[in-house]
Ligand binder design. Structure first.
Ligand code: ATP
Ligand code: MG
Length: 288
């Protein structure tokens, strides 16, 4: 019986347990949230895909920045992590013009204070990746903010460190994924510092279909929204019902559950170049 620790919190997707003063257990459930509402239907194995992919990226990016992973448990969904004080910014990096970035650009010609060339189309690749941090809203939606606002939440040197590390991580992962047929259009990182405040660590989940937009490269065509390996399939289904995006969300029919699971698993298999079955047998198979 592995130690479980005391329950210290629930996010929309993860349950958090304290193992001791220095260690947390993060358990990724199969819950899915869309438009910040947790839906009543689960996606089987989704939590394992998220934990496995995060472990895969933590293992491969540790030369760029230290991360919170200490140990992957044999259930494939639980990770023992260094307990951090989380930086109160969501560190978003955008390589392509999509989602709220596209909406802002279409309205103002800018994305979070970065001015961009005129005439870019929806989903177009940006001249270079942009750091567009947002607030970590305790409830409700995260808000896009400017550099000046971000500099009021963390110190300016910290903001510059976060920007540099986030862009390096994104660039590394985007290049890696591109070689495996996946475009990482954008992604969100969460960082924390150890209690002494001395070291920066990458925390939370990293470069998963929940924290990123993953597009199949072979179907990429700017000028329209892209098919994706992430929650877009579920978002589209929910929107087709005319749901008002407030709690409670709709139940998902079996074909939407199966289609979503298949997309998460395909992203996992393309990026890790191993079968998801193998991961279920031996989670440590994603580590080098
Ligand atoms: N190493 C860590 N130490 C402390 N907290 C962490 C660590 N890694 C991640 N977290 C926090 O654990 C939570 C993960 O849960 P989950 O991803 O389900 O949350 P969420 O729904 O995205 O956000 P929220 O917590 O706002 O509901 C996040 O609040 C995240 O900031
Ligand atoms: Mg989260």
């Amino acid at each position: 019986m592995p130690e479980a620790g005391t329950h210290v919190g629930s996010g929309k997707v993860r349950e958090l347990y304290a193992l001791d003063d220095e260690r947390l257990l993060l358990v990724a459930s199969d819950r899915i949230s869309t438009f910040d509402v947790v839906l009543p239907t689960e996606i089987p194995d989704k939590g394992r895909v998220l934990t496995g992919l995060s472990a895969f990226w933590f293992d491969r990016s540790q030369d760029l920045v230290e991360n919170h992973m200490l140990r992957l448990r044999s259930d494939g969904r639980s990770m023992e992590c260094r307990r951090l004080e989380m930086v109160q910014l969501e560190c978003v990096v955008r390589g392509y013009l999509s989602g709220s970035g596209w909406k802002d650009y279409a309205r103002t010609g800018e994305v979070c204070g970065h001015s961009l060339p005129k005439g870019l189309r929806e989903s177009e690749k940006l001249p270079e990746p942009l750091f567009t941090p947002s607030t970590k809203a305790a409830t409700g939606h995260d808000e896009n903010i400017t550099r000046v606002q971000a500099g009021e939440i963390v110190s300016l040197p910290m903001l510059e460190l976060l920007e540099g590390v986030s862009i390096e991580l994104y660039s590394f992962a985007a290049e890696y994924a591109a070689e495996r047929g996946i475009i990482i259009a954008d992604t969100k990182f969460e960082f924390g510092v150890d209690p002494a405040g001395e070291n920066l660590y990458l925390g939370d989940e990293a470069l998963t279909p929940d924290s990123s937009r993953f597009w199949p490269a072979d179907l990429f065509e700017p000028g329209r929204p892209q098919p994706s390996f992430d929650k877009q399939f579920v978002r589209d289904y929910c929107e087709s019902l005319g749901w008002d995006k407030t709690d409670p969300g709709p139940e998902l029919p079996d074909d939407v559950v199966a289609g979503t699971r298949a997309r998460y698993v395909e992203a996992f298999e393309r990026l890790t170049e191993q079968s998801f079955e193998r991961y279920l047998d031996d989670p440590e198979s994603v580590l080098r």
